[in-house]
Design a binder for this molecule. Structure first.
Ligand SMILES: [Zn+2]
Length: 319
């Protein structure tokens, strides 16, 4: 299996958000990629410029960060379908995508959808987020650093250029080389631009300290939270169904929480993030892990705080 480290540059509507094409807010203009073998040795690179076809000027922000001008893109770029087909041919069949951060694969798929090329990349895509892997290997799990910081931190030689797709892909590949294999293996990410479409496609993944479940789509948030498999909680340690201690409750309607108790292993917490899919429906991402007594207290405090807030809000509405 090869690793494909991918970096994209994109343009956005130069006339502001209200005039953007809803189906394509970010038009990819450059693809840079590095291929590494299973020993993480760099074996090849790919670079493609895309001739813009949706937005006919560079947004000022894009102009600030990318190394090519609009005229160069017009002159040297090829149509997106042509560049992206060449890219996937170059990738080969057996590869694992790696990106710095969580955005690139989503925008790649959105651009593929715009050109009705969805078949080129079947989702949900399992990939490596090198920004996250760096945090886990070198800092704390939640930290997210800029690529320039990471390159400097690891003492990787740089040429002073960032935001050129191929340069950034090469830096990211060199960061990947410095991440231990077991960290890579245990901490892969899942891109949900394309969600599971049926019960069978739903995803259940076990990481070291938590389990992740990604549901299929539903018509509403309420329907997500009404789903049997979303509501059910099993003990992370033994897999047995567990009794509810704190019933499902929600913060502002985006996240839902519950605490259960396993007679043998103690408290289990589940959290569901309800997200809107690209086609406008809803799906849930549930994470389940073991927690201690102090975590239970924190959740109880959160719940009573939310209840009090709701009560206050109710009174204000009555007045
Ligand atoms: Zn248990």
């Amino acid at each position: 299996m090869n690793y494909i480290v991918l970096d994209l540059e994109w343009n956005q509507c130069p006339y502001g958000k209200d005039r953007e094409i809803r189906r394509l807010p970010f038009e990819i203009v450059e693809i840079g990629a590095v291929k590494l073998n299973s020993e993480k040795e760099i074996v090849d690179t790919f670079h493609g410029l895309v001739r813009p076809a949706v937005y006919h000027r560079l947004h000022f922000r894009t102009k600030e960060v990318i190394a090519v001008s609009f005229e160069e893109l017009k002159r040297e770029g090829r149509p997106f379908p042509e560049v992206v087909r060449a890219f996937f041919r170059w990738c080969g069949d057996d590869c694992r995508f790696c990106t710095f951060g969580t955005l690139d694969l989503t925008e790649l798929q959105r651009n593929l959808s715009y050109y009705k090329l969805d078949d080129l990349l079947k989702g949900p895509v399992f990939y490596e987020d090198v920004q996250k892997l760096f945090a886990i290997a070198y800092e704390t799990r939640k930290e997210r650093r800029a690529l320039s910081y990471v390159v400097d931190f690891l003492g990787i030689e740089d040429n002073g250029e960032f935001h050129q797709a191929l340069d950034d892909a090469v830096y990211t590949a060199k960061v990947l080389q410095r991440i231990p294999d077991d960290v890579i293996l245990k901490n892969f990410s899942i891109d949900c631009y394309r969600t599971p479409k049926s019960r069978e496609e739903e995803i259940r993944v076990r990481y070291e300290t938590y389990e992740k479940f990604i549901s299929r789509e539903f018509k509403s948030k309420e329907a997500v939270m009404g789903d049997r498999l979303i509501r059910q909680v099993r003990c992370f340690a033994c897999g047995e169904y567990v009794r509810r201690e704190i019933p499902w409750f929600s913060d502002a309607g985006k996240n839902y929480y519950t605490v259960c108790k396993c007679p043998n292993h103690g408290y289990v917490k589940s959290k569901v993030r309800v997200r809107k899919a690209a086609d406008g429906e809803y799906f849930g991402i549930k994470t389940t892990k073991m927690i201690g007594d102090t975590d239970v207290d924190k959740i109880l405090k959160k719940q009573s705080f939310l209840k009090a807030k709701r009560r206050r809000k109710g009174r204000e509405d009555d007045e």
